[in-house]
Design a protein around this ligand. Structure first.
Ligand SMILES: Cc1ncc(COP(=O)(O)O)c(C=O)c1O
Length: 435
């Protein structure tokens, strides 16, 4: 079905160059497994699992059946003051994927909402403990934490922040890409000591004023930046020393992309609060969650008010939506039963060797990878850092591949069941496109 120009005009698309897109639309009409079908009938390889969402591939029968059954049984249930059984089942199932101790789940409608929820929990936690001045946050340059004001404040992608005026008070750690650690395979050996900077930032702001440090264990949207060896461990111990909460935004890292249930597990560092979304429902229905340690949750419950009063005045109409819960239960069950974490670990070395072959291309400045996530930084055109990735992604689209272009990077994150031959095709096309 053709889309009219009035229809194209009516939809203001997110994170898209609308003027370019509407001159030359790229329209998906169907999806199955690792492939889309576009409006010209072409088969397109999905090189980013949707938007880091669909690690199990598209059109997964068990998820779709669960959704259909749920819509026919209980299509909506009020998320405030009433419940339905699937949210409790899903919460318990999620806690079997999170590190020990992180066992209280607050559902949200998206990843950005999960981050806002985590930030609000952190501030309210300290207020309940009689320390309301602990309200500032520390993020990191190149961090991405969604698009709401809290997430933007702790986020460190300047292009996303600068036009929106005053944000929440936040400081930012330096990014961890350095001249010594370019083209690292997996976690860079250099750069762990960059974490020491956190001590100075905390002392300059006063630990009594800081609620939490917020990091993606591996930065995804900025172009896949794995943490240097020792970095997260050091961050954790500095947070503990100053009694500051550590929040891991696992919206890309969590639930399989790194070959483990979480970035926390992959890198061996346990935060106080974790956020997830995307892979939680295999992207089929929007849903996110903030998962907290029971000690944090219990501080909210230990209040001396009548038990019908709210402990946390926060939540979304679509928190724990029954259809999303049904999708989440099916998705997480498949992840576990079919051991997709092991599958990612098995294919990751091949992915790593193929992506790093692109180092030979003269426009490639850096390549990073971990699990089934890869980022390639490209040489800028003078004062146009975003142009080359756009051009490369458009060449890939012509060749039948969808890859993400963002900032000065190309990002790759195929489905967990990707085959070696599919990776061969993807990286050979990418090599052609880069040259
Ligand atoms: C680490 C991280 N946090 C937060 C978000 C925001 O999630 P959403 O787009 O669902 O609001 C994203 C989305 O890419 C993300 O990668």
């Amino acid at each position: 079905m053709t889309i009219t120009s009035a229809q194209l005009d009516a939809h203001w698309m997110p994170f898209t160059g609308n003027r370019q897109f509407k001159k030359d639309p790229r329209i998906m009409v169907a999806a199955e497994g690792s492939y889309y079908r576009d409006s010209n009938g072409r088969k397109i390889f999905d090189g980013l699992s949707g938007l880091w969402t669909c690690g199990l591939g598209h059109k997964v029968t068990r998820i779709n059946e669960a959704i259909k059954e749920q819509v026919d049984t209980l299509d909506f249930s009020p998320s405030f003051q009433f419940g339905h059984s699937k949210s409790f089942q899903l919460a318990e199932l999620i806690t079997s994927f999170t590190p020990k101790g992180l066992n209280r789940v607050f559902f949200t409608a998206s990843g950005s909402d999960a981050v806002e929820t985590a930030l609000k929990i952190a501030r309210a936690y300290w207020a309940h403990k009689g320390l309301p001045s602990k309200s500032k946050f520390i993020g990191r340059i190149k961090g991405y934490h969604g698009v709401n004001f809290g997430g933007l404040s702790v986020g460190g992608i300047e292009a996303n922040r600068k036009i929106f005026g005053e944000l929440l008070p936040a400081n930012h750690l330096r990014e961890t890409i350095t001249s010594e650690n370019t083209f690292s395979r997996g976690q860079p050996l250099e750069g762990g000591s960059l974490a020491e900077e956190l001590d100075g930032i905390i002392l300059s702001q006063g630990p009594e004023n800081i609620a939490a440090v917020v990091l993606e264990p591996l930065s995804g949207s900025a172009g896949v930046i794995p943490p240097p060896k020792g970095y997260l461990e050091r961050i954790k111990s500095i947070c503990a020393k100053h009694e500051i909460l550590l929040i891991f935004d696992e919206i890309i890292c969590g639930l399989g992309r790194l070959g483990r249930a979480s970035g926390s597990e992959a890198f061996g560092v346990v935060p106080d609060i974790m956020t997830i979304a995307k892979q939680l429902t295999n992207g089929v229905i929007p849903m996110g969650a903030a998962i907290v340690k029971s000690e944090i949750h219990d501080v909210f419950m230990d209040v001396n008010t009548p038990n019908y009063m709210l402990e946390f005045p926060h939540g979304y109409t679509y928190s724990a939506h029954p259809v999303a819960c049904a999708a989440g239960l099916a998705s997480l069950s498949i992840l576990r039963e079919e051991d997709f974490f092991q599958r990612v670990r098995d294919i990751a070395p091949y992915f790593e060797s193929r992506i790093h072959e692109l180092k030979e291309c003269s426009v490639v400045k850096d390549i990073r990878n971990f699990g089934l996530a890869g980022g390639i930084t490209l040489e800028h055109y003078p004062s146009e850092p975003a142009r080359r990735p756009f051009e490369v992604a458009m060449k890939m689209w012509e060749k039948g591949y969808y890859v993400r272009y963002a900032g000065d990077t190309i990002q790759i994150a195929p489905a967990f069941a990707v085959q070696e031959t599919e990776l061969d095709g993807l990286f050979e096309s990418l090599r052609d496109s880069l040259s």
